[in-house]
Design a protein around this ligand. Structure first.
Ligand code: ZN
Length: 465
């Protein structure tokens, strides 16, 4: 139990109007969108600056008070949810864009800046911040970095880690590490920055970051394409990369059942009349005006493509993207779904899908596989929708067994059981089964060094010591 005295001292750091103790008022910080982990905490603190975060952690360190950092509360593995005995530290008031530097292609922001705001600030100086994902209107950059977010453009620009140059971090004992450098090259000892990215707030709290910007593309070519098989999609990706001069910035694979759900429940129009078992949404940036059509003709001659719909305007481009973005939501209308955010080498995707589908079928013959996602990165959301007529909870009770039916196939192909969503609470015990002892030893050693009292997001990623 956290003492009343400690709670009062913590509240004094941010001021009473930036502290929440009422259960109803803190609801938005406690509920997460998957409805799997009900959050519980005696106190939500909303500091305004790094200095206040530092004071909070110093006091928490002294008193052995556990802290869960949270930014946009859009995480999908329960990493941002307190379990009862931790205070919640929200970064949602730290929303300053500190500097946009067009000449150096960087932007420096506080951790609570919403991803969309970073994109907009870059756009205003004719630059691109390429991190893009479904929750970009509400997720915040501190969470994007802490979970090493992926999203739609990883195959061209990398994930959040690749887009970060420097960090400011408050350590478990309250000390501030100012690593806000804009350097592309810096070989001066251990690369500490990368320890905090993807650590889900278990090693330190990211309070600000220097992010990379890119030239803003002048032209996009976007197409919705019917392909006969995942193998055809893999071959198509290789063809488009080669023939366009590597201009592919997105390459998403979607199954027929995903299109059926999305058309039925989300009010979108199917852009292609020809029936097809699989579809691809791909986008090229700054390709030459006629090259994309020529590439698609070549792909048709080779039997990789059966039909295609090209966006003729920005509005049409947005309409094609809306289909992909609404697809996860469409699943909710078909009952429960058991999710797998997994990756394998791109060339293994066809075999992985075939063997993974067979494993799901063996486990539950009438389950409906809806496998879609970022095929260009080898990252599939290998989701399974419940059988028609089955009780939702009865289906969800088999989450773990279903996971392992799929994970065994993932591991056989040299893949990862968490491609872009992280470990949090959801995959912690699965991770423990998979990582080699030497790897877990290094992780525990880092945790013990940087958070000796185990106060930072305890029980997430690693079990509490
Ligand atoms: Zn995704």
């Amino acid at each position: 139990m956290i003492s009343q005295d400690t709670l009062q001292k913590l509240i004094a750091i941010v001021g009473a109007k930036n502290a929440i103790t009422d259960v109803h008022d803190m609801q938005a910080y406690m509920e997460e969108r998957r409805d799997l982990w009900p959050g519980k905490s005696p106190l939500v603190l909303r500091p305004s600056c790094t200095n206040e975060v530092s004071q909070i952690l110093a006091l928490c360190h002294e008193t052995g008070t556990a802290v869960v950092p949270q930014s946009g509360n859009t995480g999908l593995v329960g990493g941002q949810v307190p379990t009862g005995q931790e205070i919640l530290l929200s970064l949602d008031r730290m929303t300053k864009i500190i500097e946009v530097d067009a000449a150096d292609y960087t932007i420096t922001v506080e951790a609570g800046v919403i991803l969309k705001s970073v994109q907009t600030a870059a756009d205003a100086v004719d630059r691109l911040f390429p991190l893009s994902l479904a929750s970009e209107g509400s997720c915040r950059i501190g969470g994007n970095l802490s979970s090493n977010a992926g999203g739609l453009n990883v195959l061209a620009y990398g994930n959040a880690r690749d887009l970060c140059l420097g960090l400011e971090v408050v350590l478990a004992d309250g000390r501030i590490w100012n690593g806000l450098k804009k350097l592309r090259k810096d070989n001066t000892g251990y690369y500490l920055r990368d320890l905090f990215i993807g650590a889900e707030g278990t090693l330190g709290i990211i309070t600000a970051a220097v992010l990379k910007l890119y030239p803003r593309p002048r032209r996009y070519d976007t197409a919705f394409i019917a392909v006969p098989s995942p193998q055809a999609a893999v071959d198509l990706l290789a063809l488009v990369k080669a023939e366009s001069g590597n201009r592919v910035v997105a390459f998403e694979l979607m199954p027929q059942i995903g299109m059926d759900f999305t058309v039925k429940h989300m009010g979108v129009t199917h852009p292609i009349q020809t029936p097809s078992p699989w579809f691809v949404l791909t986008e090229l940036a700054d390709a030459t005006a006629d090259s994309f059509e020529q590439i698609l003709e070549l792909a048709m001659e080779r039997g990789l493509v059966t039909d295609a719909s090209l966006a003729q305007s920005e509005a049409q481009r947005q309409a094609l993207w809306a289909i992909r973005e609404l697809m996860p939501e469409s699943q909710k209308h078909e009952g429960g779904s058991i999710k797998h955010d997994v990756s394998v080498p791109v060339s293994h995707i066809p075999k992985f899908i075939e063997e993974g589908a067979a494993a799901v079928q063996r486990f539950m013959p009438s389950a409906r596989l809806m496998c879609f996602g970022h095929m260009g990165d080898g990252n599939m959301h290998f989701n399974v929708t419940q059988p028609v007529g089955m009780h939702k909870q009865e289906f969800l009770d088999q989450w773990h067994e279903m996971n392992w039916a799929v994970f065994d196939v993932v591991l056989k192909h040299g893949g990862s059981i968490s491609a872009e969503h992280g470990i949090g609470q959801l995959k912690r015990d699965d991770m423990l089964k998979i990582k080699a002892p030497v790897e877990l030893d290094m992780m525990r050693g880092l945790k013990a060094l940087l958070d000796p009292k185990g106060i930072l997001n305890p029980g997430k990623v690693l079990p509490s010591a």
